[in-house]
Design a binder for this molecule. Sequence first.
Ligand SMILES: Cc1cc2nc3c(=O)[nH]c(=O)nc-3n(C[C@H](O)[C@H](O)[C@H](O)COP(=O)(O)OP(=O)(O)OC[C@H]3O[C@@H](n4cnc5c(N)ncnc54)[C@H](O)[C@@H]3O)c2cc1C
Ligand code: SF4
Length: 844
Amino acid sequence: MTDTTQRTAQSVTVPAPRGHRRRLVVVGNGMAGIRAVEEVLERGGAGAFDVTVFGDEPYGNYNRIMLSHVLSGEEAEDGIVLNPLSWYEENGIDLRAGVRVDHVDHAARVVHDAAGGRTPYDTLLIATGSTPFFPPMEGLHRGDGSLLEGVFAFRTLDDARALLENARTHRRAVVIGGGLLGLEAAHGLVTHGLEVDLVHSPPHLMNQQLGSDAGRVLRRKVEQLGIRVHTGVRTRGLLGTDRVSGVELPDGTVLAADFVVVAAGIRPNVEVGVSAGLDVDRGILVDDRMRTSAEDVYAVGECVQHRGQTYGLVAPLWDQASVLADHLTGAAPDAEYHGSRTSTKLKVAGVDVVAMGLSGPERDEDEFVVFSEPHRGVYLNAVVRDDRLVGATLLGDVRKAAVLAQHYDLGTPLPEERTRLLLDLGEVQEGAGAGDLADLDDAVQVCHCNGVTKGRIVGAVADGCTSTTAVMAKTKAGKGCGSCKDLVERITEWAAGGNLTVDETVGWYVPGVPLAKPELMAAIRERGLKSVSAVFRELAPGGVEDAKSKMGLTSLLRMMWPEGIVEERDGRFVNDRVHANIQRDGTFSVVPQMKGGVTTADQLRTIADVADKYDVGMIKVTGGQRIDLLGVPKEDLPKVWADLGMPSGYAYGKSFRTVKTCVGTDFCRFGLGDSTQLGIDLETRYQGVEAPAKLKLGVVGCPRNCAEAYVKDVGVVAVGSGRWEVYVGGAAGATVRKGDLLTTVTSPEEVVTLVGRFIQFYREWGNWLERTYEFVPRLGIERVRAVLVDDSDGMAAGLDERMQTTVENYRDPWQEGAEPVTTGQFRPALPLGMPTVRPSQVRS
Ligand SMILES: Cc1cc2nc3c(=O)[nH]c(=O)nc-3n(C[C@H](O)[C@H](O)[C@H](O)COP(=O)(O)OP(=O)(O)OC[C@H]3O[C@@H](n4cnc5c(N)ncnc54)[C@H](O)[C@@H]3O)c2cc1C
Ligand code: SF4
């Protein structure tokens, strides 16, 4: 993709005449803006529009809802990406990630961005979302107007990262705001072991969605998590001069805080609309076709105000995006959006919450049905007026959510025995039974996060998706907060008439080729396939290439054909293409090899010289006992490697990475074996060997385990009398697992052979991206031991032989710097983040 700075230098041209491709410029690369673009493309808009998207966050579009899961550690950042950068590329969308739009000159039909660029448009879509609201508090701001250090919002991925960083380094947090976001933030922080106080000025939690009784039950659940809740109190001010140190309440109580999260509401982000001269009230005013007050300017999402209403949940955005696309593409020019009756379906702090309409009775004649079981954290109610459901709250047990949503949305007749609205009486107890599911109208929304109705799920099953995974992949149902997964599964099962298939793709090595690994390897070998494109051509249904399968296939081919494969540029992830680790700002980290963590004065001098010459942002000692040069631009990589004159340390990619060692017998008085030398021997032999996932090794000179060998993919421990224990399947990252003892051998040479045999076994039988801590338990250590140590299957010699061929064909990838595989291999690409400020730039 082209460098942002080049793009923004383009000159302004006269708007294209109607009838030609129109220039659609979208301001806001978030959930609403990109959903609108997707809907436009679905209606054949690719032929009608040249699309440019501005987003001031330096990423592709991600699922903001899932930030709570990122904060709690349940989800990795990769897992929340909705549209990766490749999606924009594949759809010909010019993404200006990390570029903020300053203002819009609608008379000239030009968007002005913060990088000085001017981009003309024929049609403009504003989808700038909301900004966090910081209520006035003493001490919130510093003299220069910036937020006091240690005070955060919770809106963006960068906010989530900052909170995670603070959670790792601090002990006490205060969250201000007991609505959805505040509760999510507090929940995320206690999962990291922090002491958390939550301050909420209304009398009960989630007061916008829940009545006081439900709020009390929720409070009990939240307190059980260890969060200290203070309701009915307003924060008087923040304490601390350089950095926040506490939160002061009106009665003088001080809640000590190392950092503070303010989650006290949001405000529509209307600045761009104001600059364009649009009519703006609380939000940007739009009509039923999402048109603003200016011709050819539209708006969707949380930034809009429609019929007096603004929204803070995703469900309305899907309807808005759909109407907009109907209108823009001419697919249904009369389509209209009439507002959304928001029923909220959320998982808050681990508790399922559904709320729709009234939270309690308002008139004397309103019927009010309540079921409450506080000790289980369950509270259910329904409000009935004139035989229609006008409100319901489900907390802790949401099995009736879909049926109630139907009654609420469509006004369907209610059961005479009202209790049946909330409970199954004398019927099947596990949620909506088949009868309930059959009665459920097709228009009922099942997944609120992604706007998926029962009808779409049933349609997906009719189109041939007979497994829940397939239905979820096709409709995106269940891919938001996850609270509807159970219902999605039951509807899928019901629609498939009980013939739910186990998802066969689970057994495939990669999603795009319908073969398990052994069959895939056999087919590749039999046909002599040596390129990823050849594998797709021969083995994928219809020969269709699947982007998600390419990396896994490249790795497999390289394992199977160590003498060489036909390399194709897009078959490898950027890290593997440039042999360095991409960082969040788009620069790379360079880690030279340092076998066993041992270095020399000469090496250190060279590294220091290179760091000075290329002005690297940071020099860091890694956990794997190497030195990391961070902040190297892509185009400098070949020169950096040449000047270092050292082999690659493989701190990127799915491959053998490093062997961490302790000092062992040479210097340690406890040492029972020469762990340093054995580590160096292992690294020398197996450096760079590709595998289904990364491999980290450790060797220690005694069971005191100073280099953490027990928690490595392969760990070797000297136990005296020349004996070495070999452990496999350990982990010390997000998952922590002590490796299983494979066997004890009596010489370093046996260790080297056995480790190679294990790695080759894992390469041949491990699933793509399956770490050894999953692989070993999946097979069972007894089975692994039988194959590798007892040679139960007669495989050992073959494994050793194939590993030997791999070792013989090893070539240091940094040599590629001298002769790039493709001309663009080391050309700068789209920055993923804002430019790095280097130390030399801040020095005077
Ligand atoms: C932690 C969290 C949890 C949530 N949980 C739920 C939930 O469970 N259920 C639910 O329904 N909703 C939830 N929400 C709300 C939901 O995420 C929002 O309703 C939704 O993201 C709004 O989409 P949007 O596109 O209008 O705004 P956004 O997703 O915020 O996108 C707007 C984008 O525009 C960018 N932008 C703004 N101004 C400019 C400019 N001048 N130039 C360039 N770019 C600009 C912003 O940086 C942003 O990337 C949650 C939100 C958060 C933060
Ligand atoms: S693991 Fe044992 S041999 Fe190695 S440094 Fe620690 S105490 Fe010494």
